[in-house]
Design a protein around this ligand. Structure first.
Ligand code: CMC
Length: 384
């Protein structure tokens, strides 16, 4: 006799597989044995990318080779470039948002990658590096087209983070802006079986290809309950600002929040399935973003002060803490990045975690196929 099926809505608390890549606990967030605050303080994004993809901390020589491999893969094929020449029209006509454009462009990269159908460990690692190198170029060219300017070609002398910012604007970022971007990418790189990574593993588990698995993961990340929350958090702060006026009147902020509670609104950038007492990544990014705001001027400090008041009310009245997307919204805004590119930038980082998981899945595969508890009608006859 088989036992009755049990289920947890949203798979809460379910251990859906094993991984050597990351551990997400309330007590610590760990990438391959290294704690997130240690990585944010001491490792560059390229080092973290290598750690996740290859499985070990790179030696200085290994890092150099890895960086030059990435630089040499930054250009994107002509066909993808011509598609990206439509992005301004698609976005401005509200036919697509940047996450949709990025999803299609990544899928197209698969058609043009000679190793697309090869799921061997070696091919997968090469494809991971190509995806990691090319995604910032897709984001940059897309933003150039949206802004009505010629594509800014990728550089050979800038880090992954600085090159990403450079390609979006044509201006080399300051060392401070590069550092903030780099740390944000480190923080976003990996998070065990989150929705998009799980999606990528489900796709890879059918022995489908890496580009397909990443395309699905991008679609999963787009949603505001997941990666889309960094854009939604900033949109929410802009809505509060519009409603309360230019000054941070705490009584008005409280009224706004009480109305939101009454309306049972989900406040974007707050809450987490695993971290019920706070997200390790949020204070790290908040501190960096606030410093950037202080350097940029009072308008940006006022934004952070608004966010801090919203956070204080959420914590004291609801016991719900910000996740990394809340400070991310304010930080990227302070850096002058257009809001619809916040989640694509999340992709530019999480591609490392996804590819590591796809490789781990392919290396020790079993089809991921859970069951559902049937709650539909009892068996009945078609002819009555
Ligand atoms: N605003 C208001 N109430 C909330 C929020 C929120 N952001 N998050 C949780 N709650 C409440 C929720 O309404 C529920 O209350 P009750 O028990 O009275 O019904 C309680 O807290 C438990 O929440 P839940 O919905 O069961 O939590 P979940 O684990 O299903 O959802 C979540 C997690 C992240 C989807 C949710 O917290 C949420 O929608 N947050 C806003 C979107 C967001 O910031 N997402 C980013 C997630 S983390 C980083 C990333 O993936 O990018």
């Amino acid at each position: 006799m088989t036992s009755a099926p049990t289920h947890a809505k949203g798979l809460e608390g379910v251990i859906a597989g094993e991984t050597e890549i990351c551990n997400v606990e309330q007590s610590a967030l760990i990438y391959r044995g290294y704690e997130i605050a240690d990585l944010a303080e001491n490792a560059s994004f390229e080092e973290v990318a290598y750690l996740l993809l290859v499985g070990k901390k790179p030696t200085p020589e290994e890092l150099k080779v890895f960086q030059s491999e990435l630089v040499s893969e930054r250009k994107i094929p002509e066909l993808v470039q011509s598609f990206l020449k439509q992005s301004g029209d698609l976005v401005n006509n509200h036919a697509a948002v940047p996450m949709d454009i990025l999803r299609t462009a990544v899928s197209m990269l698969g058609h043009l990658d000679a190793q697309c159908q090869d799921n061997s460990a070696d091919a997968n690692l090469h494809k991971s590096k190509r995806l990691l190198a090319k995604i910032p170029t897709i984001i940059g060219h897309m933003q150039n087209n949206i802004d009505g300017r010629d594509f800014v070609a990728p550089t050979e002398d800038l880090s992954h983070s600085a090159n990403l910012l450079y390609m979006m604007t044509g201006e080399k970022p300051s060392p401070e802006a590069e550092k903030v971007m780099d740390v944000s990418l480190v923080l976003y790189a990996e998070h065990d079986y989150n929705a998009s990574t799980f999606t990528s593993r489900v796709i890879a588990g059918t022995l489908s290809d890496m580009h397909g698995a990443v395309t699905g993961a991008i679609a999963a990340l787009k949603g505001p309950l997941h990666g889309g929350a960094n854009e939604a958090a900033m949109d929410m702060l802009a809505e509060i600002r519009k409603d309360i006026g230019p000054e941070n009147d705490n009584a008005k902020i409280l009224d706004w929040m009480h109305q939101a509670f009454e309306d049972k609104r989900k406040l974007m950038g707050f809450g987490h399935r695993v971290y019920k007492n706070g997200d390790h990544r949020a204070p790290i990014l908040h501190a960096l973003g606030r410093k950037a705001a202080e350097a940029r001027g009072p308008e940006f400090v006022r934004l952070f002060e608004l966010g801090e008041e919203v956070q204080r009310i959420m914590e004291t009245e609801k016991n719900i803490y910000p996740n990394v997307d809340f400070p991310c919204g304010m930080t990227y805004f302070t850096m002058g990045i257009p809001v619809p590119q916040y989640t694509p930038i999340f992709v530019a980082s999480r591609i490392t975690g996804w590819c590591a998981h796809i490789m781990e899945q392919h290396a020790n595969n079993r089809l991921i196929r859970p069951r559902a508890a049937y709650v539909g009608p009892e068996t009945r006859n078609w002819n009555g």
